[in-house]
Design a protein around this ligand. Structure first.
Ligand SMILES: Nc1nc2c(c(=O)[nH]1)N[C@H]1C(S)=C(S)[C@@H](COP(=O)(O)OP(=O)(O)OC[C@H]3O[C@@H](n4cnc5c(=O)[nH]c(N)nc54)[C@H](O)[C@@H]3O)O[C@H]1N2
Ligand SMILES: Nc1nc2c(c(=O)[nH]1)N[C@H]1C(S)=C(S)[C@@H](COP(=O)(O)OP(=O)(O)OC[C@H]3O[C@@H](n4cnc5c(=O)[nH]c(N)nc54)[C@H](O)[C@@H]3O)O[C@H]1N2
Ligand code: SF4
Ligand SMILES: [Mo]
Length: 737
């Protein structure tokens, strides 16, 4: 659609966060004149957030790399695609041949999940590498959701989704959808959907160490000490089984383990957990009673309860609470999606693997594999610790582990020491500055889009395809083309010469691209032409003809049919989780008030509507206004340290130190401080003019790679112990990085 003469309108889905907002983009003479919400999108109904406009800024950004780059002694130089791809394949192949397959590691970042081509082609390349050292953003985020879904329902993507549009009571722990726009709950215009609960006479309750934007519109907000949610959930469950008796409804016929969870819960009356959680027993009892008496209720927990030492227990207990209160797989409770491209029940070649656990362990610390990946908290030590099996080369795809993973400084030290590193990424940033080669893909507007992941995690079944808005620039490559070309070169090197079969397959896939795979997935999916010739008969062509997307209706009950466990039953009490209760009990002994060393504060994170993890700080429009990278501190804690609003403070953890301005506010509970993540752009050698001017400090220079959920290996960001004092003088502030 490039350089078309007159005014034009283009419709697409915003791929920047999980909300899948429909966009209406107006163009004149091939230039964007406006980006607005698409009122005709049946799912998002015109909603957008300020980040939507950034799609154009990202496209125009002069700092966005347009050609492959090679690092030399005298700086970066442009290289041709062939040279860059040949060199990458050669180096990776040579290192694997000399040091074994595991010597090449990989890290896949979050934007892979927001990119059709990467969803379909990245797993292929990673498989081709045949290394056990695979890492991704999953284990600094939603691993506990996938882990518990795998154990309870037999598939890592059978994640129960809040039926927010029909519920009468929503209990939210560790999520701030008003800033994040919802996560593992794709719900465009989540504010309106939450308000609608209240307009229906329902209630919203938020448990969070910070009085968040979401807490402000809730009916009740309760402060909870970071990292103690598993105890609070057990207390809620206690009330459910002692006062109310479980009522599973139809699930009763195919659920195992009810007695086990009831027995566990009986041990945790609210009075017992109150000293640890800081939540008064009567408050927990009241919330439990409200939850249990609601017509339909949802307990929903996200980042804040996933990235903590008992993240897997939290996600498990949340699902158990929904089950025993009769709210799983029921309208207004938590439900499962039936996406048009079916990642759970679709044909094996197209669906995602169900998962798997502990089939191998990380070399240094022995952390367990899940679904083919090792915990990212172990990544730096796998690169730094000498010995056979050390990771000597790394491929990163759409990831910024330098800022986004625990102990970022050590991560950078590890990246700097690699024999070879290649990054598929549009920016020269804190991570990719360590690469030997950077392979930049096109901008989001130069490629087509379909949300394979987020349609599967949405509060309604919908389907929408977005064609590319702009013709890819001359000589540019899409992510999938880069991934496929690398895979082909690696296979060729391994065979010694290009095999005819592999070459034909490569040529065919290069021609067909993600579109054909998507079309196949849609045709074979639950609404596909093969299954429903009369009803929807979904094909890619049909989606092309529906530029606003197609509504496939509200979520439907689907159990036991959709269960993926071998015996087609729900495992309410998986052994691994039940056994992990001992670790919880040891961490919070009865009759002992939690130990918080004097002067120590617990650090938590924070998301802002205008940030997106670490990578959108080069968009000028999103950085207007007051600096956001501040440390929130309760007035009592500030007074004790003679700190006042706006002062620079030094924050010290076991692993690092940063200097940031203080924001004194009773939004955070006493004893807790909050700092957003994704900042820290002041490092040398990046090419991010705007971000560098708004550098801030990196939260992950404070977080500890040793702090993990010992069961599944997820990073435990919540509640990092820190000390805070007034910075000596503003000009002597410790440089970050
Ligand atoms: N604007 C914006 N949107 C985003 C992103 C972004 O960076 N910016 N990131 C996207 C991504 S990758 C994700 S995964 C989602 C995340 O989506 P959310 O999970 O909704 O994100 P957060 O805003 O981090 O919410 C986490 C909440 O947990 C609270 N919390 C911290 N520790 C604890 C604890 O121990 N217990 C309890 N109960 N609460 C705790 C925090 O105070 C915070 O309010 O957002 C996505 N959307
Ligand atoms: N302390 C703390 N740490 C956190 C979190 C937290 O709440 N607190 N949140 C965690 C969460 S939820 C997540 S998901 C992770 C995110 O961790 P990461 O995914 O590692 O980091 P991002 O900041 O999302 O960086 C994304 C990278 O992808 C590049 N990119 C963007 N779009 C594309 C594309 O289309 N193709 C390619 N090839 N590259 C692209 C960007 O330039 C950037 O380098 O961070 C985690 N880290
Ligand atoms: S809420 Fe998310 S999907 Fe919607 S416009 Fe903002 S960034 Fe895009
Ligand atoms: Mo995330």
């Amino acid at each position: 659609m490039s350089a078309a003469p007159g005014p034009q309108v283009h419709f697409r889905t915003c791929n920047l966060c999980e909300a899948m907002c429909g966009l209406r983009i107006e163009l004149d003479a091939g230039r964007i004149t406006s980006i607005r919400g698409d009122a005709e999108d049946p799912f998002s109904r015109g909603h957008v957030c300020p980040k939507a406009l950034a799609l154009e800024d990202l496209h125009q950004d002069p700092d966005r790399l347009r050609s492959p780059m090679r690092r030399t002694a005298s700086g970066w130089e442009s290289v041709s695609w062939d040279d860059a791809l040949d060199e990458t394949a050669r180096r990776l192949y040579a290192i694997q041949r000399e040091h074994g397959r595991d010597a090449v590691g990989s890290y896949l970042g979050n934007p892979n999940v927001h990119n059709l081509g990467n969803m379909l082609f990245a797993p292929e390349l990673i498989r081709t590498l045949r290394s056990r050292n695979r890492f991704s953003a999953t284990s600094v985020d939603q691993l506990p959701h996938q882990f518990t879904a795998y154990l309870m329902f037999g598939h890592q993507l059978m994640v129960p989704i809040p039926d927010i549009d029909h519920t009468g009571y929503m209990l939210v722990l560790g999520a701030n959808p008003l800033a994040s726009n919802g996560s593992l709950m794709t719900a465009p215009d989540v504010r309106a959907r939450l308000r609608a609960i209240q307009q229906r006479g329902g209630r919203i309750v938020v448990m969070d160490p910070r009085r968040t934007e979401t807490a402000l519109i809730a009916d009740t907000h309760v402060f909870i000490r970071p990292g103690t949610d598993a105890l609070a959930l057990l207390a809620l469950l206690h009330v459910a089984v002692v006062e109310h008796a479980p009522r599973l409804g139809p699930l009763d016929a195919f659920t195992d383990g009810l007695e086990t969870v009831c027995a566990l819960a009986r041990d945790f009356p609210p009075e017992k957990v109150a000293p640890h959680t800081g939540v008064p027993a009567h408050t927990l009892r009241r919330i439990a009673r409200e939850f249990l008496s609601a017509r339909a209720a949802v307990c929903y927990g996200r980042m804040g309860v996933s990235t903590q030492a008992f993240g897997a227990l939290c996600q498990w207990l949340i699902t158990v609470l929904n089950v025993v209160s009769g709210n799983l797989d029921r309208r207004g409770g938590t439900m499962f999606t039936l996406p048009a491209f079916d990642v759970v029940g679709g044909p094996r070649a197209l669906a995602m693997g169900r998962g798997g656990f502990g089939r191998w362990k990380s070399r240094v610390r022995g952390l367990p594999e899940f679904a083919g990946e090792l915990p990212t908290a172990a990544m730096a030590e796998e690169m730094l610790t000498p010995g056979p099996g050390r990771v000597r080369a790394l491929l990163t795809v759409a990831g910024n582990p330098a800022l986004s993973t625990p102990d970022g400084a050590r991560m950078e030290q590890a990246l700097a020491g690699l024999d070879f590193m290649v990054s598929i990424d549009p920016y020269l940033n804190e991570t990719t500055r360590h690469a030997h080669l950077i392979l930049p893909p096109v901008s989001p507007l130069e490629r087509s889009h379909y949300d394979i992941a987020f349609h599967a995690l949405a509060v309604r079944n919908t389907a929408k395809y977005s064609p590319a808005l702009f013709e890819p620039g001359p000589g540019s490559r899409q992510d999938w083309q880069i991934l496929l070309a690398l895979q082909h070169r690696l296979l060729t090197l391994r065979k010694g010469r290009p095999s005819v079969r592999a070459t034909l397959k490569y040529q065919a896939l290069s021609r067909l691209g993600p579109e054909r795979v998507l079309d196949l997935g849609l045709r074979l999916g639950p609404y596909g032409a093969r299954v429903h010739p009369a009803k929807h008969g979904l094909t890619l062509e049909k989606l092309r003809q529906s530029p606003h997307g197609i509504d496939l209706g509200p979520l439907q009950s689907c159990l036991p049919r959709r269960l993926q466990t071998k015996n087609r039953r729900i495992h309410l009490a998986p052994e691994l989780l039940v056994a992990d209760m001992r670790r919880l009990q040891a961490a919070f002994p009865q009759h002992t008030v939690p130990e918080q060393h004097s002067g120590e504060l617990l650090l938590i994170g924070r998301r802002h509507l205008r940030d997106n993890n670490s990578w959108m700080h080069n968009v000028p429009g999103l950085l207007k206004g007051k600096p956001r990278c501040t440390l929130m501190m309760h007035p009592e804690d500030a007074a004790r340290r003679a700190l006042a609003d706006g002062m620079e403070a030094t924050v010290i953890s076991r692993v690092g130190t940063v200097t940031v301005p203080i924001h004194v506010t009773d939004e955070v509970m006493p004893g807790v401080v909050s700092l957003p993540h994704g900042y820290g752009h002041g490092r040398q050698g990046t090419r991010l003019a705007v971000a560098t001017a708004h550098a801030g400090a990196s939260h992950n220079d404070l977080t500890d790679a040793q702090a993990v959920d010992a069961l599944c290996g997820n990073a435990a960001f919540s509640g990092t112990p820190v000390r805070v004092r007034r910075a000596a003088a503003p000009e002597s502030a410790t440089p970050v990085g």
